[in-house]
Design a binder for this molecule. Structure first.
Ligand code: FAD
Length: 490
């Protein structure tokens, strides 16, 4: 069976030597660093669930490609049922981790590549699709974790790539030879790549012939020569660095959401790993296919899981505070549930209305309209849930002292007395739940949810492109029996 154990996954990461920097220092071992370790733990959990009979149904599936059961995060959806399971997996992994499942962007990139390589081969006679499938077989058989990289540093947004002063603000092919290509540039905000085996790279902004060198998609081992990771570093990273005991933190094991800038300094990619190179007319299609898939995931699946964590914390705090029968708190909890279920409904609709795209390719993608609606809806819904949680949590969410004070002999008893809400609940539990809400409401998740899978303007543009309003106009014409233009002229 093509499934690694969590221990085998960890051992496989030990064999990789990614070049990683954080907080101005080299990270010699991502398995040891307290912040990068959270990504290792999150990916590792995905291996454990795949082998756990309770979660096998959601985390694995049969792949006809390799005729074996594989981890769902290595599989390209071939039916509506696959898309529905994909959506369910997004919610399951998010609520279990309370952070990103770092394999999700790679998973969505596989969908975009499977669809667009098929289309390029059909239209242009390129040989990308069999090449991609060989690569995917390897990923499935070896049960590899893949991160996905699309977002680029970019220059002035009012100019085209070729008019930027630095040609490498978008990832560029700088050499092609018999063996493969060499790329230079960077990708930014890339989730969890240094704790993955593979990095799947898609183009971002190549649209014209002059930008053909930027029309490139490929896969590379994450520790390939020339790749460097410059990790994010936030107050939450510093807090984790300094914590003596992870129990003091809002999400002890899996942390916040870890990303890095990935620098490609003349990285060689052999041809067998290149899936798009110069066919600029197809870059936009690849991005749009990735976007509709990833927006279903980010909008209608993982944020549903995140909301479950927030709602659970609010419900516990309501009970600790003896607010069970207070009408406005119950209304706020109801509102949260409605926002969560609206998010879930959008994700489910995107999956259930999914289509084979392009027809004949065998690849199923979520419905474009609902994929974008799912993400746009959740952008606002998530802020609202955060605001409601802040209200229920009270000021303590941001004013709470360190959990270390519970061990400080000079204030320990006062802590126990004054942060107990006079309840039977252990004070440590009360403070930990507030810390979890701090993590959600005063951490990186608001902006992360807003921008991950693209800011709302990009969803509005996609929706405007998808809906042509012919159906709606026709309805009104029929209802009012409006005359056609020719009739007026007569
Ligand atoms: C937590 C997190 C994880 C992420 N993980 C990944 C990942 O794994 N892989 C990956 O590839 N990406 C990832 N991203 C990147 C994410 O997709 C981008 O952050 C998002 O697309 C927004 O791009 P940006 O951050 O450059 O913001 P900007 O594009 O700078 O957006 C800022 C504002 O400028 C506006 N704007 C930007 N360009 C234009 C324009 N041309 N015309 C008009 N308005 C414009 C936007 O609408 C927005 O209002 C992640 C982001 C986050 C926050």
């Amino acid at each position: 069976m093509a499934l690694m154990t969590p221990e085998q996954f960890e051992a496989s990461l030990k064999r990789l030597k990614p070049k990683v920097f954080m907080n101005g220092k080299r990270v010699p071992d991502i398995l040891q660093n307290k912040n990068t370790r959270t990504v290792v733990e999150a990916n590792k959990a995905s291996y454990a669930w795949a082998l756990d009979p309770r979660y096998r149904e959601i985390m694995t599936c049969y792949s006809p490609l390799v005729e074996e059961v594989v981890n769902r995060y290595t599989y390209v959806s071939a039916s509506i049922d696959d898309l529905v399971k994909k959506a369910e997996a997004g919610t399951f992994t998010a609520e279990m981790l309370g952070t990103c499942i770092y394999r999700c962007v790679g998973y969505d990139a596989f969908h975009a590549l499977a669809a667009t390589t098929w289309e390029m081969d059909r239209d242009l006679g390129t040989g990308y699709r069999p090449r991609f499938l060989e690569y995917l077989k390897m990923v499935q058989r070896e049960d590899l974790s893949a991160a996905g990289a699309l977002t680029e540093p970019r220059g002035s947004r009012s100019k085209k790539i070729v008019d930027w002063p630095d040609p490498y603000l978008a990832l560029k092919v700088v050499e092609k030879n018999d063996q493969g290509i060499v790329v230079r540039g960077a990708k930014i905000n890339i989730s969890g790549a240094y704790a993955s085996h593979e990095l799947v790279v898609l183009p971002q902004g190549a649209h014209s012939e002059a930008e053909a060198d930027y029309a490139v998609a490929f896969a590379t081992p994450t520790d390939a020569p020339g790749i460097t990771y410059v990790c994010q570093y936030s107050p939450y990273s510093a807090e984790r660095d300094q914590a003596e005991d992870p129990e003091e933190l809002g999400n002890p094991v899996f942390g916040q959401r870890e990303t890095a800038m990935v620098i490609f300094d003349n990285v060689f990619v052999p041809w067998e790993r290149v899936f798009h190179c110069g066919e600029y007319q197809y870059s936009g299609k690849m991005v749009a296919r990735f976007a509709r898939t990833h927006r279903m995931t980010c909008g209608g699946t993982c944020k549903v899981g995140f909301m479950n964590q927030i709602i659970g914390a609010c419900k516990l705090i309501q009970e600790y505070k003896g607010l069970d029968k207070v009408a406005h708190i119950n209304e706020q909890l109801t509102e949260m549930v409605v926002l969560r279920e609206t998010g879930r409904a959008c994700g489910q609709a995107a999956a259930r209305q999914g289509k084979e795209e392009p027809p004949g390719s065998g690849v199923f993608l979520p419905d474009e309209l609902m994929g974008n609606v799912a993400k746009l809806n959740i952008c606002e819904a998530f802020w609202r849930v955060m605001a409601l949680a802040g209200d229920i949590g009270g000021g303590l969410v941001v004013t709470m002292p360190s959990l270390k004070e519970l061990k400080n002999p000079e204030v320990k008893d006062f802590m126990e007395e004054f942060y107990s809400f006079g309840s039977d609940e252990p004070t440590a539990n009360i403070l930990k739940v507030h810390k979890l809400l701090q993590h959600w409401t005063a951490g990186q998740h608001g902006v992360g949810t807003w921008h991950g899978a693209g800011p709302p303007a990009t969803q509005r543009i996609a929706i405007q492109r998808t809906v042509n309003f012919e159906h709606e106009k026709e309805l009104v014409k029929r209802t009012l029996n409006l005359r056609e233009k020719e009739q007026k002229e007569k």
